[in-house]
Structure formats: C-alpha cells, structure tokens
Design a protein around this ligand. Structure first.
Ligand code: FES
Length: 575
C-alpha cells in the first residue's frame, strides 16, 4: 500500500488494521480491485437523479461519464445519492426542502471517505442545495449542471418552460385559445431530457455555477442531450482529481469577487429573482457577507444582454448556439464589469476562460453597448411596507408600472386568492395593487412561487396583461410581470405586510427604490396590536424545525444553525 496519508480517505482506506480491513473489505463486495485503495483520490459523485425529478432523470448516464473521467485521471469514483428536489411535483414547494438537502449533502460528504466531489445539479433547488452543503465542508468541489431541455416547439413556434404555461393559462382565461389548445402544448413543452430551457431558475443557477467559477466553462447552456454535455461530464471527472491533488478547495474559488461576478452576470442574463436567495445562502455558508444592497448596487448599471424568455424570445438551446455564457462574461469583462482574475475550477482565471469567446448570433446575445434591454439586474425596494427589503426584476416588468400608486386588494393566503380572484363581485381593476400575504418562508411554509398571481379574468378580458403585485412569496424564474417579491419581514413573522388592509393606498417607485403603504405609523401600531400569528404548520418533524429556524428572505432563507461551515475534519472511527 502506497503512502496514502495525503488525502482524508486514507483515514478509512489507508490503515493496515481491523478498521482498514472493515472499510476496504465491504467495499470489495462491489468488485473493486485492491489497487483502488492505494491512496488515490476518492471522488464522490453526488447524484440528484430521481424519476420524481424529471429534469434530473438523465443523471445516471451523466454520472457514468464523470466516473470515466475520474478513472482516466487515476481517481477512485464513488457515486452516492442525496434527496432530490423536483420542482414540479414536490408539495408544498421544493424550496421547503432545499436546506434539508443541503444537510444531507454536507453530512454525506463529511461522514464518508471523500476527497473531492462532483455535484450533479439541474432542477432549480438541486443546485443551491448541493452547493450549500458542499460549501459547509469546503473540500475540492466541481458542480456539473445537467443542461437544459431542447427548445419547446408548438405549432411551429418556440415555447418556453413555465413561461408559456403562464401565458397560455392567461390566454385560456381571456378566451383567446381553447382548453384543448392549451393541453395540446404539454408534450411540446418538454420534449427532451433536461431542465427548464427558459432563463428560469435552473438555467440561471447553471449560469451562476459557471459565473462563480465552480463549474467548467460552457456549463450553463449545453443542452442536456447534446453530446458535448457528456464530454463536459468526462472532463469534470478528470479535473476533480487534479483539484484534489492541488488542494483546490471551494473557498479558493467562491470568494467575494466570485459572488460579485455572479451578481453582475445575473443582471446581464435577466436571471431569476430566486438567484438572490440562493446565492446569499451559499455565501452565508462560505462566511462571505453578501447583502441585498450588493445586488442592487452591483447589478444596477448592467444591461440585460440576452434575448431569452421570460424577458425575451429565445431559449437556452439558442443561447448555446450563439456562444453561451462565455460571450456574456467576455462582454462584461471588456467593460470592466468582471473581476477578471477570479479563479475557476479548471485552474484558470475566469478571463482566461472567456477572453476569446465569439458570439455567433447577435439576435440572442447583444453587445454591452447596444443591449437587449437597458436595465438588467434586481432592484431592491425598501420602505414602511418592506423595511427588510423586497425585490423586483425590472427586465420582466412593465415600464409603465414601475412607478405606480394604487388601491390594495388583499389576499390573506394563496387559498383566499384562488377562492376570490374570479369572483365577479371582487372590487378590483387594473389600477389596483394585488397584495398576497402568508406565502413567505415561515408562512407557507417554504416560500412558494406564487408571487406572480394570475390577473383576474375580468381584467384579462380587457386585454390587460400586467398589474402591480406584492407579496412575501417567490416567483418562478420563468415568470414575468411587475411583481414585487420577497417582502421582508414576511407577514407570518409580523412584518408590515401582515397589516395591509383592503383599500390602503400603496405606492411603488422602482427608480427611487421605494415601497410604501400610505398609512401612519400609529395606525400600523394599532393594527399590529390586533394581529394574530397565523398557523404555520405541524408541531413536529422537519417542517416544525424549518419554521422555527428559517431566516428571512433578505438573508437567503437558510436555517439559522446551518449558516457557516464545519469543514471536513475526519469524524471519529465508526466503532
Ligand atoms: Fe425542473 Fe424547471 S421544473 S428546472
């Protein structure tokens, strides 16, 4: 047996005693040759494969490709599962389980003989959950996204995941298409393996992986079924072995500069508002102080460069053919909007990776100086309605509503909204401000993606497609509209949102970054005195733990006791 003390796995496999016997012997029941225990790097392949997570259902093959690369580079690959969070099926919301999965990942890595890890990520929450868990261990880590689905195509036109569900649903309600037309789009919307192919949360987070440098160049956009995705997986397998050999830990890559790059990239791609919550949670695990104001100040002058749904008309497949994220990074770098020397997992700086990128379709990726939309990024609104902050995505909003004053129509819960939104007697028109409460981290619980409430049918029938909507909820990254989200503190934590009543006048001014309810502090205090804490779920189990400990949206919704890291010191022997 070689001197294998360099790696933490040697504490399991490198001992010529009873414990070493146990650790090696049982592994050999899988037919693993003796030489695999000679001190070579052990690479964990953290797999979120599940048939209940259709976006990640192709990950078994991807894992095999990673293994091939690990073996080529002289490593010892070991695949392991963690809980998979599928966005479309999990109730009440996959977000409720992001932090639970992060614990699964963290403890799985620490408890096992793993020297480096490749994270297989795809569907929305799988990316932040795995990055958060790995960050709390801080071993060499490389994230590999599963890639987007091919373009949705229905009756000759591109249709985008999620985006067209909202659009078609509104069109059915407005009488513009039939229910059969709507249902006919189902298979056309999801016609290959992969995650949502709009610039929704999954594609945004895949782009964040590349922008943070924790994934390889081109990670964001190669379609799931493109052979080059398999090649990328194999290269990832090779590279993680080298990362272990050179001790290239996560903390050397996920620096403050890397997060600043990612925030700017999120603005340039018109990325999901969910990225705000996820990146703040990942930064929290790394001990990096990231604030809502960083999102506003760093993204404020960054235009939206990509013409992708939900803000534009193309899809991730088109983005890849146009040159993908390297082109966006090059545009930002050329304008001084990138920390060029930020290190990435391939050992190169981010600028070295992208400085010779070429754009092949300027209808999809626009130049910085002649952008697709002048404003990208996330605007952070504060005021007496959201003292902890709230967010809006200007590139997905209606310009004429960015400054708006209107009468509040209040829904106490999402069930209340569903029950009354199409009541003919509901006193609402397009000038009103729709307010939804109790959909935040504690209130739902889990912070549902319901902030982009569909408009009342009677308003849609007038041809109106947008109204100002305000809530403590999140919004799908595939959605659009003048939607103020993540109001903090949330209603269920006693925030001012809980005190808004029908008829109150609310004013938002995105340019001034303000959100205000036009009532006195004395009236707010009086209402607070009458406020009753809503029921937030069961008295036991994970949901109880979550509600007790979840942080508010302005700091990333992590559980308070999970913020930070514990490292990867080898735990005591399993006697
Ligand atoms: Fe999985 Fe959209 S539902 S990425």
């Amino acid at each position: 047996m070689k001197d294998s003390k360099r790696h933490r796995s040697a504490e399991w496999f490198g001992k010529a005693d009873k414990d070493g016997f146990n650790h090696r012997s049982w592994m050999k029941n899988q037919g693993i040759p003796d030489d695999h225990f000679d001190g070579r790097p052990v690479i964990g392949i953290c797999n979120t494969w599940s048939e209940l997570t259709p976006c990640n259902a192709h990950f078994r093959e991807l894992a095999e490709r990673v293994k091939r690369g690990v073996l080529e580079a002289g490593g010892f690959p070991l695949e392991f599962p963690v809980t998979s969070t599928g966005e479309t099926l999990m109730r009440p919301t996959a977000m409720l389980f992001r932090n639970l999965v992060s614990m699964d990942v963290e403890e799985s890595i620490r408890a096992n003989p793993i020297d480096g890890v490749v994270l297989l990520v795809g569907c929305d929450k799988t990316t932040p959950a795995l990055l958060m868990g790995a960050a709390s261990c801080d071993i060499p880590t490389l994230a590999l996204s599963g890639g987007p689905m091919l373009n949705g195509v229905y009756r000759g036109e591109r249709i985008g995941s999620g985006t067209h569900v909202w659009k078609f649903d509104a069109m059915v309600k407005a009488g513009e298409i039939t229910l059969d037309d709507f249902l006919g789009a189902e298979a056309c919307n999801a016609r290959s393996p992969g995650h949502c192919m709009t610039m929704g949360t999954a594609s945004t987070m895949a782009s964040m992986v590349e922008a943070l440098g924790i994934g390889l160049p081109t990670n964001a956009a190669i379609p799931a079924v493109d052979s080059r995705r398999k090649t990328l997986a194999q290269i990832a397998g090779r590279r993680i072995v080298e990362m272990v050999e050179s001790d290239l830990k996560m903390s050397k890559i996920l620096t403050r500069q890397a997060f600043e790059n990612a925030i700017r990239v999120n603005a340039a791609i018109g990325g999901s508002t969910n990225a705000v919550i996820h990146l703040m949670a990942i930064a929290g695990r790394m001990g990096i102080d990231l604030s809502l104001e960083d999102w506003d100040s760093l993204g404020r002058d960054i235009p939206c460069l990509v013409n992708l749904m939900p803000s534009g008309e193309y899809l991730m497949e088109d983005f890849y053919y146009a040159g993908g994220l390297p082109v966006v990074l090059k545009e930002l770098g050329a304008q001084g909007c990138l920390h060029k020397d930020a290190l990435t997992v391939n050992g190169e700086t981010i600028w070295n990776n992208v400085h010779d990128a070429e754009c092949y379709d300027r209808k999809v990726i626009f130049p910085f100086k002649d952008p697709f939309k002048p404003v990208g990024g996330i605007a952070v609104l504060r005021g007496n309605l959201a003292p902890g902050g709230s967010v809006i995505k200007p590139s997905a909003a209606s310009p004429e509503l960015m400054q708006h004053r209107g009468r509040a129509v209040v829904f106490e819960t999402i069930e209340d909204y569903k029950a009354r939104i199409d009541d003919p007697d509901l006193d609402i028109d397009e000038t009103c401000v729709m307010v939804l409460k109790n959909c935040g981290p504690k209130g739902y619980p889990g912070m549902a993606e319901v902030g982009n409430m569909a408009l009342p049918t009677k308003v849609l029938k007038k041809g109106i497609t947008d109204m100002v909507r305000i809530s403590d909820a999140r919004m799908s990254g595939t959605a659009y509209g003048t939607v103020v989200l993540h109001v903090a503190p949330e209603a269920a934590a006693g925030g001012p949102l809980a005190l808004v009543e029908n008829g109150d006048i609310i004013e938002i001014d995105v340019t001034a970054r303000s959100i205000h309810v036009d009532i006195s502090q004395a009236e707010l205090d009086a209402r607070k005195a009458r406020w009753v804490l809503p029921d937030t779920g069961p008295e036991r189990g994970y949901v109880h733990l979550y509600v007790e400990h979840v942080n508010q949206a302005d700091t990333g919704c992590d559980l308070d006791f999970l913020v930070g890291k514990s490292g990867a010191a080898v735990p005591r022997e399993n006697h």
